[in-house]
Design a protein around this ligand. Structure first.
Ligand SMILES: [Zn+2]
Length: 285
């Protein structure tokens, strides 16, 4: 692909409600961030026409740790306990499996594990993990047998997708009635975004093209047919360094810096943490 093709931009309507009308919030690194005037969804428009191709070749899906610390493994094992009450067919799918750390832990607990991934670097790691049934398809396009999965995990993935709505439709079909979806994404309505403004660490218009808030992720899940939607948030950070080292921005003084630790420990009791963790259940168990 030519560089000029990679830079072609296309205007898009709101993925959540299809409305074409939105207001511009700010422009960062050439990417216009907008809010839908109908439903409040925040997204990037216009966005790179080659967005998915970039996700395949050089997206950040495979970035992360080379090795997990014992504490990180304990955290994954704790998370797995959440899936236990939903284990009936013993099948677990991760959309955006990355390096496969989570699915590896799940396999050790006896789950039949399925991983969906398109990023070539992530696939390089996943192909070495014999325990994972690997599916190389985009989240918006995959077609698992209906009702085949007990649970689906989407960890820091939905903000990268061209159509979160299409992907959740696929997830809903793949889940059995009563199955669980477990999502992590950044919170545009967080205190750290409010303090940092457009410099907020997670605003990266070539990569993060859908910025959810508790209200919009809830609306999307309900629209997709899920119920028992539960949104929690956690963490407060003042970092401006994104995981692309070349994108590191100068740090600036914030009046909240001395209080950072206290806020970090208490923000999980509010809806203003920068990470949203969402669970929802497919109706009809
Ligand atoms: Zn909308």
């Amino acid at each position: 692909m030519m560089i000029s093709q990679l830079e072609t931009m296309i205007a898009v309507p709101c993925d959540l409600c299809r409305s074409p009308t939105h207001e511009a919030l700010f422009i960062k690194e050439g990417f216009r961030h907008v809010r839908c005037l109908n439903c409040g969804m925040v997204f990037v428009s216009p966005r790179l026409a080659a967005h998915r191709e970039i996700q395949r070749q050089s997206g950040t899906g495979a970035m992360g740790d080379d090795e997990l610390t014992p504490a990180q493994r304990r955290r994954l094992r704790r998370e797995l306990k959440l899936y236990e009450p939903f284990r009936k067919q013993n099948r677990l799918l991760e959309v955006g499996a990355g390096r496969g750390w989570f699915l590896e832990e799940a396999a050790q607990k006896g789950w039949e594990t399925w991983g969906l991934e398109i990023n070539s670097c992530a696939l390089h790691y996943l192909r070495k993990r014999r325990s994972i049934h690997l599916v190389v398809e985009a989240a918006e396009d995959f077609a698992a047998p209906p009702g085949s999965m007990d649970a689906v995990r989407m960890w820091d993935v939905i903000e990268h997708l061209q159509s979160p709505r299409a992907a959740l439709g696929r997830v809903y079909t793949a889940l059995r009635p009563g199955g669980l979806v477990h999502i992590s994404t950044t919170n545009f309505a967080s205190l750290s975004r409010w303090v940092n403004g457009p410099e907020w660490v997670y605003l990266n218009g070539s990569d993060h093209i859908h910025l959810f808030e508790p209200s919009t992720i809830t609306a999307l899940l309900r629209h997709s047919g899920f119920h028992l939607v539960r949104v929690r948030t956690r963490s407060f950070n003042l970092r401006k360094k994104l995981y692309h080292p070349e994108r590191e921005l100068p740090s600036s003084w914030s009046p909240l810096r001395p209080l950072r630790k206290i806020i970090d420990e208490t923000i999980r009791f509010t809806c203003y943490g920068h990470q949203m963790i969402v669970t929802a259940v497919k109706s009809g168990d």
